[in-house]
Design a binder for this molecule. Structure first.
Ligand code: HSE
Length: 313
């Protein structure tokens, strides 16, 4: 086979934070994701298509996909190469489902494959994080890491980056419901407190540890008990109309736990089994309707594949 000229990659949507793991936990879901094609070209260009394509910038310095690609090229000392990037933007912006991460993850995955898999998938994470920085002002990894790697991911450290994929129970499913309002991650981060009382830190740390043990020992009840957030959720719920009622509806429908997906406005819930996830999704949807919000529901097992090549030429 000759040298490739063009690669198309897909990277999935993700749920970040997972209640007790603000900025340090996330998982990929099977629902939707963005597609990016990277091809050799005479000059750097970005073309954005897809249902949400008209909403994002196509300038090379501003687009999450091209910023991530540029960071990658600079690192591997190939910034002299030029590419056309075509981003099929399938995910709504400001949804809390890792929309910008999906674009930057697919882009770095595609360009890395085009250049002969210079780096491992894990090594691509810092460059996809640069896409997050341009999209939200913060280079968090809890969406890009699971979008690239698949599965459940723990970011044990940012400096230096230490990212661990954690096994999860086979019967763990999730419901994610996206109410049709837009919430920018930058706005949802601005309202957070920078100082946290030590009592809250103790509770949050205990829950994060409990959640990890729950994943590893397949203890669904422990997972549910650990899904409590004292850092972001108390501040952010006021940005999501009907959040408390929707969470209550999810718990009544059998959720192990329920919280804000990433920075919102989507809500996610974990369940044991797919049929329970479907009931939860419907219950949350119904609850949002009561406050006049239409929504879109996704149910999924944890996506274990992460980013992958769809096509190459
Ligand atoms: N951890 C990030 C936040 C995720 O909550 O701001 C954004 O999707």
């Amino acid at each position: 086979m000759g040298k490739l000229t063009s690669v198309t990659a897909f990277a999935p949507a993700t749920v970040a934070n997972v209640s007790c793991g603000f900025d340090i936990m996330g998982f990929a879901i099977d629902a939707i994701g963005d597609r990016v094609t990277v091809a050799y070209a005479d000059a750097n260009t970005v073309k954005v298509t897809g249902p949400y394509g008209h909403l994002i910038p196509a300038a090379w310095e501003k687009n999450t996909a091209s910023v991530a690609v540029q960071a990658y090229l600079t690192f591997i000392q190939k910034s002299g190469l030029t590419f056309s990037i075509s981003l099929e933007k399938n995910m709504p912006l400001g949804s809390g489902m890792g929309s910008s991460a999906s674009s930057s993850a697919a882009a770095v995955f595609a360009v890395n494959h085009l250049l002969g898999d210079v780096l491992s998938t894990k090594e691509l994470i810092p460059f996809a994080m640069e896409g997050e920085r341009v999209a939200s002002g913060s280079a968090h990894a809890d969406n890009v890491a699971p979008s690239l790697l698949g599965g459940f991911v723990l970011i044990r450290s940012y400096h230096p980056l230490d990212i661990i994929t954690v096994t999860s129970p086979d019967e763990l499913f999730c419901a994610v419901v996206h109410p049709h309002i837009e919430l920018h991650t930058s706005d949802a981060r601005r309202i957070l407190q920078s100082e946290i009382p030590i009592g809250d830190v103790i509770k949050q740390t205990a829950n994060t540890a409990g959640f990890m043990v729950g994943l590893l020992t397949e203890d669904y009840s422990l997972l549910g008990r650990s899904m409590s957030d004292l850092l972001a959720e108390p501040k952010r719920t006021r940005l999501i109309p009907g959040f408390d009622e929707a969470k209550q509806a999810a718990m009544q429908a059998g959720a192990l736990g329920c919280g804000i997906s990433g920075s919102g406005p989507s809500i996610f819930a974990l369940s044991k089994g797919m049929s329970c996830a479907e009931e939860i999704a419907q219950a949350i949807k119904k609850s949002f309707l009561k406050v006049g919000l239409d929504s879109e529901a996704f149910t999924s097992s944890l996506n274990v594949k992460g980013a992958f090549v769809v096509d190459s030429k």
